[in-house]
Each structure stands twice: as C-alpha cells, then as structure tokens.
Design a protein around this ligand. Structure first.
Ligand SMILES: NC(=O)CC[C@H](N)C(=O)O
Length: 368
C-alpha cells in the first residue's frame, strides 16, 4: 500500500508501507550499518525515533530469537530502501514485516534513502511522520513544526524494578537508563553477579548493595534531563569503580561539571573510527548517539579525554584523573560487532580487582 514520509520542512517521500499502519511523529535519524537491523530496532536508545537504514536491502536474515537488545522495541518507525519478504537464514523465525506488524511499528520502503540521508546530513535531524496518502500535507507539516522534541524517554524504557542476573564473580550494579541487553551479556560472560536497577536509583541505595563496580548503561534522549542519574553519580564517584557507556558516559561528564550538546545529525552506524589516545590505536566502533560531551567544557574538570572520533574530532572516551572511573561514548558491547572495543569490559574487571585489593582509604577514595 502506498504511504508517505512527511518531514517538518515540507519534504515528502512516497513509498510503500509495511509493518503497522500507526502514524507516529518521530525524529528521523539514519544508521549506516550493513547488518544489525534487529539490534537497531530493539535498542531502547532509539526510543521514539524514526530510523532510516542506509543499507539498501533489509530483512534478508529475518528476525530471530537471540539478537534482541530489549524485549519491546520502542522506535516510532523504520525506513528502508527495500525489505525482504522471504528471509533465508537458519536462525530466522519470522520476516521483519510480520515482526513490525506484531509490535505495531510503522515501516516505509521504496523511497530514496540516500536522498533522505543527505537531507538529514545537510539540515540536521528533522521531525517526521509516516502517513497514509489521504492526509493533508500542509496540516501535518505545521503539526510537525509545532511538535516539541520528545522528552522522558528514559522513564519509559528503564526497568520499573530491580532484578538480579546472578553470577559468581564481581558484584556489579547495572543502572538501566534503557540499556541494550548486550551490556548485561558481556558482564555475564565475565561471571559478574549483576543487579539491574531503575534509572532513578539513589547513590545511598546503590552503596547499600555493596557492589564491586557500577555500570552505567546507554539510553535515549537528552542526558541533561536525567538529573537523578547525575546526582547519583556524584554520590558514588570515588567510592566504587565506575564504567559508563553512551548515555552513562554523558551523565558522568555532566556530574563532573562538563557540558553536553546535541550533534547536528549524530553518529549511528557500526564502522565509526575512534582513536584511543593512550595507545594510539584506532578502533572501529558501533555507535548510536545524538548528543556529545563538549570538548571545551572539559577544561578545569577532573576528566581527561582518552578517545576521540576520527570523523569529526568529538569526545569518545573519558577517564577520571583521581578516581577509578572511565567512560566511552560508543558501544563496546557492539552486537553484531565490531568487537574492537570489547577489551573495555576486561579493563572494568581489572579495575574492580585492583580496587578490591587496594581497598578504600580514609576518605573513601580509590585510586588507580
Ligand atoms: N546510545 C545512547 O546511550 C545514546 C545517548 C543519548 N541518548 C544520545 O543520543 O546521545
């Protein structure tokens, strides 16, 4: 069935609808990964966004049982050049069209995704809506222009209650701002005894669980909205080793007095080159973020830059100069890859081990 994408600047792309027929407003973003559409669809960091995949054929290995990053996908739409109706893979359980119908997520195929991507790159992220052909385009455009940027996505996707994921190794509190389950899988692989807690858990509560380490996961939206997380980090920093990923990285920066800002069109893909300034090695990384830590705002803070993006020079990794705390803007858990940055989870384990041996000194600070 013919359907259209309407953007807030009045541009219209006509294509073929698939998935659900719901009409939802969302920020239209693009991801350049060649594979990994199931992980992208189910990554809560995309909550309420309409995701365009630039790879021209999507869905050929279907949707399987194992690759989900969350149980309920929360994207507001999926745009592809061509979707595969008959997937072929031994793991495939059903086609992407059926999955989107079941989850009530609208899809649009058959549009020029290169043109749409160029538009977003030139203009910056635009609000849009996938609609039927009989709507009044001018009305939709003015509605889009008036619409606020989405808020409160973390509240929507974070777990409502703590839950354990038992193991025999280090005890880790994983703060769920809308985490990809890949993070939990990496900790489990390393035998961690994990407790996943809601985004607004206080420092006191976390300290009362007596963890060896705290992991701050990824999540959607503007980091400045998550004041509960920023306060919590201030209360645990220096007391327990800390590892932050993506939104977790941005929150640590804010807690240490640095600033964040929205990027023009973000970094979303699985081949973003990042330079590790400590080893001078380049890592190919998986990324999905629309905000960034402002480089200039780090002056005068206790954070030093450990990684930078080679495409645009933005901050990709930080470490605390006094406390055992480090963060990355990209995704070391990756899924489906690349795995260049997987060593960071081992580094976190080492940090917990060292901190445990050294113990805490009088003012409860731990040092590398
Ligand atoms: N993947 C993430 O954690 C994204 C962080 C934040 N919501 C951003 O868009 O920059």
């Amino acid at each position: 069935m013919k359907r259209q994408l309407i953007l807030e600047d009045g541009t219209v792309f006509v294509g073929k609808g698939f998935g659900s027929e719901r009409e939802l407003i969302g920020e239209v973003v693009f991801n350049t990964g060649m594979t990994g559409y199931q992980e992208i669809l189910s990554d809560p960091s995309y909550c309420s966004q309409i995701v365009t995949l630039t790879y021209p054929l999507i869905g050929n290995y279907g949707i399987n049982r194992d690759d989900f990053e969350s149980i309920e996908p929360t994207i507001n739409g999926l745009i592809v050049k061509e979707f595969c109706e008959v997937p072929s893979n031994f793991r495939s359980q059903y086609p992407i069209d059926q999955f989107l119908k079941d989850k009530d997520i609208p899809g649009l195929a058959g549009i020029d995704t290169r043109k749409l991507t160029r538009k977003i790159r030139e203009h910056g992220i635009l609000k849009g809506r996938i609609c039927s052909m009989d709507v009044n385009v001018d009305e939709i455009v003015s509605e889009l222009q008036k619409a606020e940027w989405q808020r409160d996505q973390v509240k929507q996707v974070s777990t409502k209650r703590s839950y354990p994921s038992p193991g025999r190794g280090f005890k880790v509190v994983l703060v769920d701002f809308g985490m990809k389950h890949g993070i939990l899988r990496e900790l489990t692989l390393r035998n961690c005894d994990v407790i996943v807690v809601p985004y607004d858990t206080t420092a006191e509560k976390i300290l009362s669980l007596d963890p060896d380490g705290i992991m701050l996961g990824n999540g959607p939206g503007d980091p400045k909205e998550i004041t509960e997380g920023i306060e919590m980090i201030k209360g645990v920093l220096g007391k327990i080793p800390l590892f932050g990923i993506c939104l977790g990285h941005q929150l640590v920066a804010l807690a240490c007095g640095a600033d964040t800002e929205r990027l023009k069109f973000g970094h979303r893909g699985s081949n973003h080159p990042v330079k590790n300034l400590e080893t001078n090695r380049v890592e190919i990384t998986s990324q999905n973020h629309g905000y960034t830590v402002r480089m200039e705002s780090l002056a005068g803070t206790d954070l030093s830059v450990t990684h930078i993006a080679l495409n645009d020079g933005t901050v990709e990794g930080l470490k605390h100069i006094k406390y055992p705390a480090f963060t990355v803007q990209y995704h070391p858990e990756a899924s489906p890859g690349p795995e260049d940055a997987n060593y960071l989870f081992d580094y976190f384990i080492d940090l917990m081990e060292t901190s445990k041996k050294v113990g805490t000194n009088d003012d409860k600070t731990l040092r590398h």
